[in-house]
Design a protein around this ligand. Structure first.
Ligand code: SAM
Ligand code: SF4
Length: 379
């Protein structure tokens, strides 16, 4: 396992020839652990309503410039149908933290997708209460994405304030998701104002310690209608300490994420394609990534899911997006993966415990304790 000092060293490395070694190492680790397939996950941005006030995001409640939408069940099912037609193995349902997405309504939608298709269902609906997460997992949801954004607690609370009645603790939710049996994904933004190299090295180390199934990282992109974009909510650090939100830094983080979590599914993100429209996706895939998320959101809504301005692929219709991505993947000698593209657990290692497994283990433990105390065994 790469030590935190070594991670920090690579984050500070600027020599292109030496960085070539990092790219090659990440690509080799990717090939050996997850192979040449690139999995496609169809992204559906189901609502841009949000109760949170994240200082970086255009969907924040305080952005009154944004026109809000929430997709209907039939609209979402039409996008799910497209995912099937294009042969994607997964749909990712993403939104702001929107309690207009009601727990039962959403559970029925998940059941419908699972009943009518073979698709894996990934959710990214923010910090919903444990009961919702459990209901949706029971309804058939397979995976959940929740970025911890930064492991620097003070910076996190500055840019991602808790709400009076909803304290934010994304690390605790990630643990709960794992316990429920979800494949669990997290990640960070790179180059958040106030983010230091040391904290970024700690973030990458945390990917390993959390044993993440999926890791999403992308550059922070300034949005003019947010406190961070307007230069407010500043955390004073020296210029030398500030991580840049550059393309190269993003590749470094993707490569290091691959090395510390060899089996994880790692997307080459839209934020990366936004800062290098010509080759960002391909370079991400060549430096550790193995997933791409084509956007299936209907055009009329996609333009309103503006977490940051000038997002890549905002005007491409799904069929164009589909052929463009196929072409890009083939141009670098890789192939599109069939099926769900679950995390691969190497022989001998164990997949995460589900709640049921956990309950059984708790029962066994209880019995053993009782045995030790000489009391009657329950079963
Ligand atoms: N609301 C859910 C959440 O926060 O987890 C899911 C949707 S949210 C838009 C998905 C991710 O977008 C966030 O986790 C954050 O990392 C990223 N994001 C938000 N604003 C961004 C910005 N200005 N630049 C880059 N990424 C951003
Ligand atoms: Fe809402 Fe997610 Fe944006 Fe935060 S990052 S404002 S929770 S959509």
């Amino acid at each position: 396992m790469m030590k935190r000092d070594e991670i920090l060293h690579w984050l500070c490395e600027e020599d292109e020839r030496r960085l070539e070694t990092l790219w090659q190492l990440a690509d080799t680790v990717r090939k050996e652990n997850v192979g040449d397939k690139v999995h496609l996950r169809g992204l559906i941005e189901i609502s841009n309503h949000c109760i949170r006030q994240c200082g970086y995001c255009g969907l924040r409640l305080g952005n009154k410039e944004l026109e809000r939408y929430r997709m209907s069940e039939e609209e979402i099912m039409a996008c799910v149908g497209e995912a099937e037609r294009y042969g994607y193995g997964t749909v990712v349902l993403q939104s702001g933290e929107d309690y207009g997405i009601e727990t039962k309504w959403f559970a029925n939608l998940i059941r419908r997708i699972k009943g009518e298709t073979q698709l894996a269902v990934t959710l990214g609906l923010g910090e919903r209460p444990g009961g919702d997460l459990e209901t949706w997992h029971k309804a058939g949801a397979d995976r959940y994405l929740l970025r911890f954004e930064t492991s620097d607690e003070a910076l996190y609370h500055l840019i991602h304030p808790s709400l009076p009645e909803r304290k934010s603790n994304r690390l605790a939710i990630l643990k709960a998701l794992r316990k429920l049996g979800y494949e669990t994904g997290s990640g960070i933004m790179i180059g958040i104002p106030g983010q230091t190299y040391t904290s970024l090295a700690r973030d990458i180390d945390l990917f390993h310690r959390l044993d993440l199934d999926m890791i999403g990282v992308g550059p922070y992109i300034s949005h003019p209608h947010t406190p961070l974009g307007q230069g407010d909510w500043k955390r004073m650090i020296s210029k030398d300490e500030q991580v840049p939100n550059t393309e190269e830094m993003t590749y470094k983080v993707i490569a290091l994420a691959r090395i510390v979590c060899p089996e994880a599914n790692i997307p080459s993100t839209t934020a990366l394609a936004t800062i290098n429209r010509d080759h960002g996706r391909e370079l991400g895939l060549m430096r550790g990534a193995n997933v791409v998320m084509p956007n299936l959101t209907p055009m009329k809504y996609r333009v309103k899911y503006e977490i940051y301005p000038s997002k890549a692929c905002i005007t491409e219709i799904p069929s164009d997006c589909h052929s463009c991505l196929h072409h890009r993947i083939q141009s670098i000698g890789r192939r599109v993966g069939a099926g769900r593209g679950d995390r691969i657990h190497p022989p001998g290692s164990k997949p995460p415990l589900s709640v049921r497994d956990q309950n059984i283990l708790d029962l066994i433990k209880k019995n053993e304790n009782n045995k030790l105390r000489g009391s009657k065994i329950i079963g």
